[in-house]
Design a protein. Structure first.
Length: 129
C-alpha cells in the first residue's frame, strides 16, 4: 500500500525511464486502481510518495500511462549533485560546422527506442550462478 505524499501537475503525459515499474490491479483492487488511474489522467497530475522495499526507502513518482499506472524511481535531494558545480566544457570553442556535423551524426545513428534489445547482463549473470 502506498500513501500519497503529494499530487503534482503532470509535465509529460508519455515517455519512459530506465527506472520504471508498471503497476497492475491486484484481485479486489481493480476499482481503486481504475479510479486512481482515471483521476490522475483527467487531472493531469502525478503522485509523489515514498516506498520501502528491501529495507530501503525510495522516493517514487506514479503517473498514468496507456490506461494504467507506472512508477518511476526518483532521487532524494541529497543524492543529486548541483548541476552548476559540474564541469560542462564552457571554455571549449565549438564551430558551427562541428555542431552541424555532430547533429548529422546523431540523426544518422538515431532509431526508435526498443527496450527489448537491451538486457540486464549483470542480473542475468547473478541469476545464472
Amino acid at each position: 500500500m502506498l500513501n500519497a505524499v503529494e499530487f503534482k501537475q503532470c509535465l509529460h503525459s508519455h515517455g519512459t525511464s530506465d527506472t520504471l515499474t508498471c503497476y497492475r490491479a491486484d484481485e479486489g483492487g481493480e476499482k481503486p486502481y481504475r479510479l486512481l488511474a482515471d483521476a490522475l489522467a483527467s487531472s493531469k497530475r502525478t503522485v509523489t510518495t515514498q516506498l520501502v522495499t528491501r529495507g530501503k526507502e525510495q522516493l517514487i513518482l506514479i503517473r498514468p500511462y496507456e490506461n494504467g499506472l507506472i512508477m518511476h524511481s526518483l532521487y532524494y535531494a541529497n543524492e543529486v549533485r548541483t548541476f552548476a558545480k559540474i564541469a560542462k566544457g564552457e571554455n571549449s570553442k565549438v564551430s558551427e560546422d562541428e555542431i552541424e556535423l555532430g547533429a548529422t551524426l546523431i540523426e544518422n545513428m538515431s532509431d526508435e527506442f526498443n527496450p527489448g534489445k537491451y538486457r540486464g547482463e549483470y542480473r542475468e549473470r547473478i541469476h545464472s550462478s
